[in-house]
Design a protein around this ligand. Sequence first.
Ligand SMILES: [Zn+2]
Length: 184
Amino acid sequence: MTTFSGVDGPVRYNPYDLYDVAVSHSFVAAVSWSLAAAGAWFAVTRSRLGAVVVGGAVFSHFLLDLPMHTPDLPLAYSDGPKLGFGLWNHPALALAAELLLVGAGAFFYARNTPRVTRRTRWFFIVLLALTVATPVLPAPPGPMSFAAQALAAYVALALYAHWVERGDSPPSTPASTPESRRTA
Ligand SMILES: [Zn+2]
């Protein structure tokens, strides 16, 4: 559950009081979600490497939240010790860490994609702008609007990333590329 405590909230970086996040943020849940995602990916694609990458990407949520959160990430499902190194109490450091991560992601993506298009560049500019804007945007009025806003943002970003990725892929009909016409 998330409550909103305004500008004097438990952390300085955002107004959220994350007092019960077992389903989304506990270590046990993170492992479970990662295994479920890896299993689903393998069931659909039969790719072991793909499953490991997808599972690792899902689990990275826990690892990347660890330095940011104040101690509210449960190790077990909801009871027991809670983890979090509290970078959210140092807004400048928190923002620097987030920008560094987006920058590193952009660099890694650019190094490993066949070609970087205008769509790709704009996608990372939008991500960087969102990273800078998020801590200063006004908080949603309550938990339900926060949930709706977050879910809508995640779906929109995933669809945007899919559109960018499609633009970067080579044409799916090789017969129509100049290279294949030349060699035909
Ligand atoms: Zn999180």
